[in-house]
Design a protein around this ligand. Structure first.
Ligand code: AMP
Ligand code: FES
Ligand code: ZN
Length: 307
């Protein structure tokens, strides 16, 4: 028996959202998805419609769905896509092509940072360093720094990333397990800059389950990367995410409930933990807890092995 959409009551339902007890047709699902993005931006006061907003777009389904849905939800906002070409063989070129395609499709400006041509190395080069077993972590440090560089080039102080509900809850569990409270509080929907002139980091997909980003891309005919990063097996969060998917089968609201309670905990934790003492990196001038920041240390290391 075909189920009809709970919203329009005419088209056949294709998407079951167990946590919301909703069965929706593709059109109503897209509307539901965009409305949630709009409401999340408004609830957490992420930006105002007339702001200029940088969107970090990797080519993956999450950030591609993010750019498309933001543009649909806020048609008058000036969005600029920011992409880092990491120089990963058989991967980065493919990602960049997808990002270029979407930017063109949406008529959005695109700013690219090319690691290889601008800094003289690629993420693959970290295979020859002590980071060979934790390439993703070195890559994460490099990306976080370059987001700030790209935002400055694009003259924006707001940076949206595609972190979804599963990313946030899985990372939160990891930080909980390790007692890493200072990292845990950084998972909030709007992260203020550590120092003036840096960006406000926003997560408009914080309430969106990972699997819905894929559906949104497919229904909206959004291009996205079809290959995985060859270094992805070093990603630590995968097991936590699989566990969350498993727990959500028995309790569909599990991830949302975890996020809700976690958001209540953040202000309490923030008061309790000591703020890190920051200085500026003597090489790049970015905020750092040591004389030389994590980014510059890694750059120095990779350049040494390239010589
Ligand atoms: P990840 O750390 O790979 O899970 O990515 C988290 C978010 O960072 C993505 O949703 C994007 O918004 C952003 N991001 C990751 N890689 C890139 C990239 N190469 N260029 C631009 N943004 C990226
Ligand atoms: Fe950074 Fe894969 S994208 S290591
Ligand atoms: Zn530095």
């Amino acid at each position: 028996m075909t189920v009809t959409c709970r919203r329009c009551r005419s088209a056949p339902a294709e998407v079951q959202l167990a946590y919301a007890k909703l069965s929706l047709c593709p059109n109503c699902f897209q509307e539901f998805y965009v409305n949630r993005v709009r409401r999340t931006v408004e609830e957490f006061k992420m930006f105002k419609p007339k702001d200029k907003v940088g969107v970090a777009v990797s080519g993956g389904k999450d950030s591609m769905a993010l750019l498309h849905s933001l543009k649909t939800a806020f048609p008058i906002t000036n969005f600029i896509a920011l992409h880092i070409d990491l120089g990963i063989k058989d991967y980065s070129k493919h990602c960049k092509e997808k990002v270029e395609k979407l930017a063109k499709m949406l008529d959005v400006e695109l700013e690219v940072f090319d690691l290889e041509s601008e800094l003289g190395f690629s993420i693959d080069d970290f295979r020859k360093t002590i980071y060979r077993r934790k390439l993703c972590s070195a890559c994460g440090t490099i990306k976080r720094h370059l987001f700030e560089v790209l935002a400055e080039r694009a003259k924006t102080r707001i940076l949206a990333t595609g972190h979804n509900l599963d990313d946030v809850v899985a990372t939160m569990l990891n930080n909980f397990f390790n007692g890493n409270w200072s990292q845990l509080v950084r998972l909030k929907p709007v992260l203020k800059p550590l120092m003036p002139n840096q960006t406000f980091k926003i997560k408009p997909l914080i309430k969106t389950p990972e699997e819905e980003n894929l559906l949104y891309c497919l229904y909206s005919e959004i291009p996205f990367r079809e290959v995985n990063c060859p270094h992805a097996h070093t990603e630590r969060l995968k097991e936590n995410k699989d566990m969350l998917q498993y727990l959500s089968k028995g309790n569909p609201g599990f991830r949302h409930q975890m996020l809700k309670n976690f958001l209540k905990l953040i202000p309490i934790l923030e008061k309790a933990i000591e703020k890190p003492k920051l200085t500026t990196c003597k090489i790049c001038g970015f905020p750092s807890s040591a004389e030389v920041c994590a980014f510059c240390k890694r750059v120095e290391m990779v350049r040494k092995v390239k010589k």
